[in-house]
Design a protein around this ligand. Sequence first.
Ligand SMILES: C[S@@+](CC[C@H](N)C(=O)[O-])C[C@H]1O[C@@H](n2cnc3c(N)ncnc32)[C@H](O)[C@@H]1O
Length: 231
Amino acid sequence: MSARDHKSFVKEKFDRIVRRYELVNSIASICIDKTWRRRLIKSIESLEGPILDLCCGPFTLSLEILKKRPEKIFGLDLSKEMLQYGMAKKSPLLKYIYPLRGDAERLPFKDNTFGIITIAFGFRNLQNRDLALLEFNRVLKKGGSLLILDFSLPKNLLFRKLYLLYLTRYIPLLGGLLTGDKEAYLYLGDSIQKFPPKVMIIKMAENKGFKALKVEELTFGIVTLYHFLKT
Ligand SMILES: C[S@@+](CC[C@H](N)C(=O)[O-])C[C@H]1O[C@@H](n2cnc3c(N)ncnc32)[C@H](O)[C@@H]1O
């Protein structure tokens, strides 16, 4: 698939599942997804903004951050539908969000603008992650933090086997039933299996001017939280 085709495919999938995106997340993860985002939020508790939340979707993470620290957050996503759905939520915290439709691989910001960049369950979907990391580095201030939260595969082989069954059989069934787009959830399983392992993600980030401050496995390694610093 060409870079353009990949981006259109991803955008089209997220456009289609937007209404039930958060519901499927909650059911599929039995609400554990909230604790993953909370772990990220704890990591940035004492850090200075401004904050850029990339691949923000319907502001799932941005709004959780705002509950802890009500300050201006820039939320950027490729999908207009995701942003519109997020802006239609009934939350007084939306007034702190500056929604932007854009590509995380080509950020519309000046160099050294942000103190914190967050990207929850979005990095895996990017076509050119090297280019994206360069962009993250460019718009972060020196010493600024990049938090990547994304799926990973558990180390324990038996658990991994069971998890993969769950991911490739049950999730597409559930997602398909609730959103009408089974393909989007087949893509999810596929993208998780193709996503590079931790050591490679760390190497990629280090090659683009970051230092790994902390890498934490969550829920038996289903999800990993990376905290990088711009050196
Ligand atoms: C799995 S959702 C994550 C939403 C939210 N961050 C969360 O915590 O649930 C991934 C989002 O990434 C967006 N996305 C995919 N590729 C992108 C790109 N190149 N630039 C910006 N957003 C992108 C999709 O539109 C989608 O809303």
